[in-house]
Design a protein around this ligand. Structure first.
Ligand SMILES: [Zn+2]
Length: 115
């Protein structure tokens, strides 16, 4: 499962960061997930539950920000929401459109506890 390897990677990155600052525990983790990042929402939440088991993140509060996709048209510079991968501009019908939001998969913030 694609999401499980992503979840394991997230846990590894967070544990690494926590180790760098000698954190005792991680209280909160915030993730930004674009709705067109190719990650299935439910599958990721399920995979995270699996991935955190036995890790430093076992008791961490995990916040998921699912981000709607936004594209911008390079011809007329209008921005528009989308839930599709390929789009023409709804204003001028140009096919020169690019994503500005919606494909991200980022760790937004990590809150740790130190003694
Ligand atoms: Zn346009």
């Amino acid at each position: 499962m694609h999401e499980l390897s992503i979840a394991i990677q997230i846990v590894e990155i967070v544990e690494e960061e926590a180790a760098k600052v000698e954190a005792e525990s991680i209280t909160r983790l915030e993730l930004d997930i674009g709705l067109l990042s190719g990650v299935e929402r439910d599958a990721l939440e399920f995979a995270m539950e699996e991935a955190i088991r036995g890790s430093l993140l076992e008791k961490t509060q995990i916040v998921y920000n699912f981000i709607k996709a936004v594209m911008v048209c390079e011809e007329c510079c209008n921005e528009f929401n989308t839930d599709d991968y390929f789009n023409s501009c709804p204003y001028c019908n140009s096919l020169k459109t690019i994503f500005i939001k919606g494909k991200e998969l980022n760790i937004k913030s990590i809150e740790i506890l130190k003694q």
